[in-house]
Design a protein around this ligand. Structure first.
Ligand SMILES: CCCCCCCC/C=C\CCCCCCCC(=O)N[C@@H](CO)[C@H](O)/C=C/CCCCCCCCCCCCC
Ligand SMILES: [Ca+2]
Ligand SMILES: [Zn+2]
Length: 266
């Protein structure tokens, strides 16, 4: 059996030139950009804390696991090893599983499921089966994972159909825009590498890392906000941006208050 820890033992190789900046790091920019996860995750943990305290501290699992996604992604791009690839992909699968178990809207549960704990057990079962099957054709895993992005988009579209809350609608548009930009970079890096090499700009996968973390920060805050509006409406959840609510860009987060709000809810 070939050494699964060996450098370049993965069948995947991203467009960035290998060993360009270091003899120990296969894809330098892709490795360094994975550290962006370490910056965003603690900020999101801090910003989501008031909501998690009210709803369930288990919500923090999503961003704690995102730190591991960043760690495994850095290890994968540093080595391009098979183990690195599987750790990177399986950690994404398990964050998605925790995200679905935590936030998937109750009203969209299959009709035979009555409560969240049964739904979580079903998600667990599917995730374990998917984890085992991911070893059958590892090159297909990343494409399969991206399908969850499409499903999330569909779920958001269904949830937002009757929404009149302008802040939530703006956050939905920003999340989708970031995801579209991110996925365009990912696909272009995979499929149009010779074009980017001709332009001498092979950094699209690293840019994807940065954009997808921001898309997850925006998208997950939106689903958390919809969840808070449905599950703890008495806390009067609202949306704000950090560090300054008036800035055009920032990290979205949920504010809970006991004073009556006039804004329309979803
Ligand atoms: C109701 C459901 C709520 C779900 C909440 C979402 C929880 C977070 C989910 C996913 C985390 C994604 C992390 C991406 C890590 C990137 C690491 C990486 O680049 N890996 C590549 C190899 O280096 C690998 O090829 C990438 C594979 C594709 C991963 C696709 C993940 C889908 C993410 C969907 C995010 C949607 C954002 C919001 C959209 C409105
Ligand atoms: Ca490469
Ligand atoms: Zn990557």
């Amino acid at each position: 059996m070939a050494n699964v820890f060996a450098y370049e033992s993965s069948e995947l190789d991203w467009c960035e030139d290998n060993y360009r900046y270091s003899e120990h790091v296969v894809e330098y920019f892709n490795t360094v950009s994975s550290f962006f996860f370490f910056i965003v995750a603690p900020i999101m943990l801090y910003l989501l804390h008031p909501y998690a305290k009210q709803r369930s501290l288990a919500i923090h699992m999503v961003w704690i696991m995102m730190i591991f996604v960043g760690l495994f992604s850095a290890y994968f791009h540093m080595t391009l090893s098979f183990v690195g690839q599987m750790l990177d992909e399986l950690s994404i699968l398990w964050v998605l599983a925790v995200g679905y178990a935590t936030w998937f809207p109750r009203k969209l549960f299959p009709s035979f499921i009555k409560d969240r704990s049964t739904f979580s057990r079903l998600v667990l079962l599917i995730t374990v089966i998917t984890t085992v099957s991911s070893f059958v054709k590892p090159t297909a895993n990343a494409y399969a994972l991206n399908c969850f992005g499409l499903h999330l988009l569909y779920t958001l579209a269904v949830e937002m159909r009757c929404c009149t809350d302008q802040k939530a609608l703006r956050l939905a548009k920003l999340s989708v825009a970031l995801w579209v930009l991110a996925i365009s970079c990912w696909i272009s890096d995979r499929l149009c590498c010779s074009f980017w090499q001709w332009l001498n700009f092979c950094y699209l996968h690293g840019i994807w890392h940065i954009l997808i973390v921001m898309a997850v920060a925006y998208g997950s805050t939106l689903v958390a906000y919809l969840d808070a509006s449905n599950e703890i409406p008495y806390s009067l959840p609202g949306l704000e941006y950090w560090p300054c609510d008036k800035w055009a860009v920032g990290f979205p987060h949920i504010v809970l208050s006991s004073s009556p709000k006039t804004q329309k809810r979803c």
